[in-house]
Design a protein around this ligand. Structure first.
Ligand code: ADP
Ligand code: MG
Length: 145
């Protein structure tokens, strides 16, 4: 299995649900180790840039508005097959369609306020991690359970 990194964002609804700890616990339990972590209030231009791929979508303005409506937690996660593993633990974009036991099924409020972001490919993970973190902000440590 390939050791990968992926970008995770705990979205404003996650913080407003008081669920930071519960969501991070699920990620860690899945073998996704935070190697960078920071709280942040996204600006409109940061959110527009981050979601630029969606700029023609009907939900784009609302998504930018939502993502800037409150603080988020930015994380780089590391682990075997981290990109796909994170997507699996997150669940489908629409919480109504997310599998039982996934983060979105258990915490998300709506298809927009869906608790977590996760990179969708290793190439995008590199771009997204670099969007928020300098290489020197990524730490190294071992987890032994
Ligand atoms: P994912 O986050 O699962 O990769 P997308 O990349 O398709 O999903 O969309 C990015 C984000 O845009 C979603 O996580 C969600 O917050 C929002 N979004 C996606 N589809 C819709 C929609 N139909 N209506 C409102 N917001 C949406
Ligand atoms: Mg996506």
């Amino acid at each position: 299995m390939a050791l990968e990194r992926t970008l995770s964002i705990l979205k404003p609804d996650c913080l407003q649900s008081g669920a930071i700890g519960q969501v991070v616990a699920r990620l860690e339990a899945a073998g996704l180790k935070p190697v960078a972590m920071r709280m942040h209030q996204l600006t409109t231009s940061e959110a527009e840039g981050f979601y630029a791929v969606h700029r023609e979508r009907p939900f784009f303005r609302s998504l930018v508005s939502y993502m800037t409506s409150g603080p988020v937690v930015l994380m780089a996660l590391e682990g075997d097959n981290a990109v796909a593993k994170n997507r699996e633990v997150m669940g489908a974009t629409d919480p109504a369609k997310a599998a039982p036991g996934t983060i979105r099924r258990d915490f998300a409020k709506s298809i927009e306020a869906n608790t977590v972001h996760g990179s969708d490919s290793t190439d995008n993970a590199k771009i997204e991690i670099a969007y928020f973190f300098r290489a020197t902000e990524l730490v190294k440590y071992d987890v032994k359970r």
